[in-house]
Design a protein around this ligand. Structure first.
Ligand SMILES: CC[C@@H](C(=O)O)C(=O)SCCNC(=O)CCNC(=O)[C@H](O)C(C)(C)COP(=O)(O)OP(=O)(O)OC[C@H]1O[C@@H](n2cnc3c(N)ncnc32)[C@H](O)[C@@H]1OP(=O)(O)O
Ligand SMILES: [Co+2]
Length: 139
């Protein structure tokens, strides 16, 4: 069911400092900050040859990454995002196997303008999983 690794997300306390670190220390290409109030985060994407890193900092008092950063004040790996061709079919297959969606289970529009869903970390070996619906890769 799952396709390519779309991104690895890292929660950071200081987005500008994290973006500068990836640019200067690793020589990476880093996008401009994108505030996503509907998701409670501001993100930048680090472009890699085979995937992306999503650096995120909290936006607003109800940010879903606030508790995570309280527990990990220096930042840390927050979620993996896998591509799927049909997010509703993927959701229904997972629900039938007992996996829990975060929230209502209705896909939301993510940072790339595509439908996304989150699966509870307790059902995936302590790892929060994001699914993003992407057209089938030509690779
Ligand atoms: C920008 C859009 C989009 C994209 O297109 O890429 C994004 O990526 S948005 C990213 C931010 N949004 C989300 O992550 C939405 C889904 N996540 C959530 O709603 C919350 O993060 C959460 C999964 C519900 C957890 O919220 P939290 O406040 O931390 O809940 P708890 O404190 O009650 O924790 C419960 C339990 O789960 C463990 N936990 C929490 N987060 C993680 C994590 N990222 N990875 C692994 N485990 C996690 C936490 O430690 C608790 O465990 P116990 O203490 O053992 O109960
Ligand atoms: Co993400």
């Amino acid at each position: 069911m799952i396709g390519r690794l779309n991104h690895v997300a890292i929660a950071v306390p200081d987005l500008d400092a994290a973006a500068a670190l990836y640019r200067s220390a690793l020589g990476a290409s880093v996008s401009n900050p994108l505030p996503l109030p509907e998701h409670g985060v501001t993100v930048v994407f680090v472009a890699l040859p085979n995937s992306k890193i999503e650096l995120m900092s909290p936006l607003g008092a109800a940010s879903p990454i606030k508790s995570f950063l309280d527990r990990n004040p220096g930042g840390g790996m927050h979620h993996l995002c896998f591509e799927v061709e049909d997010i509703l079919a993927a959701r229904d297959t997972l629900l039938a196997q007992g996996a829990r969606m975060i929230g209502t289970g209705t896909p939301q529009v993510g940072a790339h303008g595509l439908p996304v869903l989150f699966l509870h970390p307790k059902d995936f070996n302590g790892t929060l999983i994001e699914l993003e619906e992407c057209a089938k890769s030509s690779e």
